[in-house]
Design a protein around this ligand. Structure first.
Ligand SMILES: [Zn+2]
Length: 71
């Protein structure tokens, strides 16, 4: 069995992680559970939520660039 090699965009991942971590630290500092910010990739709106006791970050861009993260 051979499986197609998945191409991973590491530059994109680094960008998503950097955005997510920055957002999370700002939200923690301000005590926010929900926040929005401008997407650095496409200029759309990223909606972010901190969920659970350990503040897991969920975020997704609605601008159509596919930026999203679930920690
Ligand atoms: Zn975007």
């Amino acid at each position: 069995m051979t499986r197609p090699v998945q191409k991973i965009d590491t530059k994109g991942i680094a960008e998503v992680l950097a955005t997510g971590m920055k957002l999370k630290s700002v939200m923690n500092k301000k005590g926010l559970k929900r926040a929005r910010c401008v997407c650095p990739r496409c200029g759309g709106t990223i909606r972010a939520t901190l969920a659970g006791a350990r503040n897991h970050l969920h975020m997704a861009c609605d601008g159509g660039c596919g930026m999203q993260m679930m920690e």
